[in-house]
Design a protein around this ligand. Sequence first.
Ligand code: ZN
Length: 185
Amino acid sequence: MVAGARMVIGADGLASGVPYIPSPNCDDRPPGARVELLVVHAISLPPGEFGGPDVVALFTNRLDTSAHPYYAGLAGLRVSAHFLVRRDGALTQLVPCGRRAWHAGASTWRGRSRCNDFSIGIELEGADDTPFEAEQYATLASITRVLRAHYPIDDIAGHSDIAPGRKSDPGPHFDWARYRTLLGA
Ligand SMILES: [Zn+2]
């Protein structure tokens, strides 16, 4: 992203100026589906370790599942998110916004199931026991503003809100008040 340049979502569903690493783990949204929900996630691989290539590797089906004991449980997983925000705030896109990324799994929001159909998923590199970085909040707020300008997004939820009991991310350290304050600014 060039400093000062205004990020926009193109007709191809890609955010301008944002590095795009295509994930094969996506498909078409159902006919007539609109993007109405933004889902905030957190992930780190190995859990609690930041900065490595393995989150992107997981989302592009290139993870060496023998490389860490935790990864055995990830074998064969086909998952993705539209965006990843690294610890330094760097943003990467993995799935075009018009496509359905596979981030939510079994999920329900306001009585509607299959949240992937009508949502955009943003992963923050993080863990349940670690505060997020200021740069991550800044990037998250900025991509949220861009997405809200482009799509009729009514709600923002955490993965734990749409899959309670099954998912805990973005976790207790995600500061919703801080995020909402940034959005209001
Ligand atoms: Zn999640």
